[in-house]
Design a protein around this ligand. Sequence first.
Ligand code: ZN
Length: 381
Amino acid sequence: MLFEIYSKPPEVHRDAVQKYTQNHPEVHRDAVQKYTQNHPEVHRDTVQKYTQNHPEVHRDAVRKYTQSHPEVHRDAVQKYTQTTQKFIEMLFRNILKTIQKFIEMLLENILKATRKVHRDAVQKYTQSHPEIHRDAVQKYTQSHPEVHRDAVQKYTQSHLEVNREAVRKYTQRHPEVNRKTVKKYVSKNPHVARTKSNKYKEKISEIRLLPWTSKHLSAFKYKPNVDYSMDEIVNLGPRLPCSWCRALKWKDETQGMCCSGGKVQLPNLEPYPEPLHSLLTHQDPLSEHFLSTIHDHREKDIRCGIYPGIKPELISQLQKSLHEHNKYIMDFKAAIDSVPKDQKEFKVVINAERKPFGEHKGRFNAPQTKEVARCHRWTRV
Ligand SMILES: [Zn+2]
């Protein structure tokens, strides 16, 4: 039977297949399904071709499907919309970034160019008006000390040798500032100073000191490794008291340097004449003033009466006391009184050989030449 069909012309075969298909639609459907599953690419190509050739059929099918499955359609539309939106956003963001980068680059270039122009202009102006520049720098430094300090510190750290040279020059020109600074630093950091002095001592102790043997011209050649302090010329030993008068003397000082072995005995000191006694023993209202003034080194100025701030009543008390008790002044007054009153200029001669009656010669030594020279000519006031 099958052989019979194939041997017949093709249109006969086609009609037979069609008839069979119509009578057995489920067999045809199963066959088509099987083929489609085994050859999906053939099926797809066929569908595509059909769709292209019959767009209206495809459109109707899509519309029908959409109407009967609105939720599927909605999901598809939403997915598509979201994807599109995201794409647009990304695109927009990229465009913005590119524009921003471009603008930044442009601005930077403009700034660079402007700065260069500005810098050149400032440099030219500064070179032609150095005094204005100096004043501006000075003002700025004064109003921004911390900026100045930081800049100096940075520069100093990167140019140590320049800083060292500047410090050396300044120290040479301002030794007193350096001395003060060192003193302040030492008082604030005693441990540092101590370490330095200890180091120095250690260094000195490391050097073995030699005895002072060659003394010829030693004064002009100081040698740090010679121990001068231990030589008998320098080290005189302790001072010992005289067994009679208790005067402190070096070991080679003779007996004649003090009491000649107890032969000379000084009388006891008499009490001070008044008002000295009261002034010295805090019994006078002017005692404090007097005691604070006698320690002053400008005593000779007080005597000449040109020392300001001294109380006149104290001077008059002391003068009176001197006139009453000091033998020099008494002799001096007598000598002055013997000069005729109309004589304006006269000489006072101090004779070293003369002494007041009944007094020891040593108590009334003549003044030294310089002292005499200063007061030998007097003018009566
Ligand atoms: Zn003695």
